[in-house]
Write a protein that binds this ligand. Structure first.
Ligand SMILES: NC(=O)c1ccc[n+]([C@@H]2O[C@H](COP(=O)([O-])OP(=O)(O)OC[C@H]3O[C@@H](n4cnc5c(N)ncnc54)[C@H](OP(=O)(O)O)[C@@H]3O)[C@@H](O)[C@H]2O)c1
Length: 168
């Protein structure tokens, strides 16, 4: 199993506010779908709630971490586990496994991850309440590849940055 963090962060590594994304980046959504479709994703229950209708992402196995949530509709793409350890166990034989957020799950799983695929948005939000770990402030991670910078249809400037976990 290769464990990969994937997130869109701004200049301060902010990722969300009141359980919503901070920025609208259609190009990044498309890339996210392309990279993660057909694979397993691990996510927190709040992030599941933030998806349209609170439904799991289609064409992916969604492993949701929650202490209380019950998969009442028995949706086939949704597996609920009670801990980070159980999520790793559930995903063990699954090839590329993407960590989809939010803040609590990124923080808990970052030490176990091999790589991080970040979309770095050239903006700063004043009212963010959720953050990604700042990979530039630790010696554990190094930049493996960086794209040129693009301007989104929404007007925001962004670039893709892949990080490698050095201590893995
Ligand atoms: N920019 C991006 O790329 C991106 C991607 C994803 C999410 N986000 C943002 O991130 C924010 C959400 O982050 P968040 O930290 O508030 O929520 P979260 O990580 O999505 O979910 C938190 C929930 O996960 C469960 N959980 C967390 N740690 C657990 C553990 N050790 N054991 C068992 N259950 C555990 C709990 O669920 P229960 O309460 O059910 O027990 C907890 O309330 C939102 O603003 C969202 O938009 C941004």
């Amino acid at each position: 199993m290769s464990l990969i963090l994937i997130a869109a962060v701004d200049r301060r590594f902010a990722i969300g506010n009141r359980n919503k994304l901070l920025y609208n980046l259609p190009e990044d959504m498309k890339r996210f779908r392309m990279l993660t479709s057909g694979h397993t994703g691990i996510l927190g229950r709040e992030t599941l709630d933030s998806f349209p209708g609170g439904k799991p992402l289609p064409n992916r196995k969604n492993v949701v971490i929650s202490r209380n949530y019950v998969n009442q509709e028995q949706l086939p793409d949704l597996v609920v586990v009670r801990s980070v350890e159980d999520a790793l166990e559930e995903a063990k034989g699954d090839g590329d496994v993407f960590v989809l957020g939010g803040q609590s799950i990124y923080s808990a799983l970052a030490p176990f991850c091999d790589r991080a695929l970040l979309t770095r948005i050239d903006a700063e939000s004043d009212d963010a309440d959720a953050f990604f770990p700042n990979l530039d402030e630790t010696d554990d991670w190094e930049i493996e590849w960086e794209s040129e910078s693009f301007v989104s249809a929404s007007g925001l400037r962004f670039r893709y940055v892949d990080y490698l976990h050095k201590r893995k």
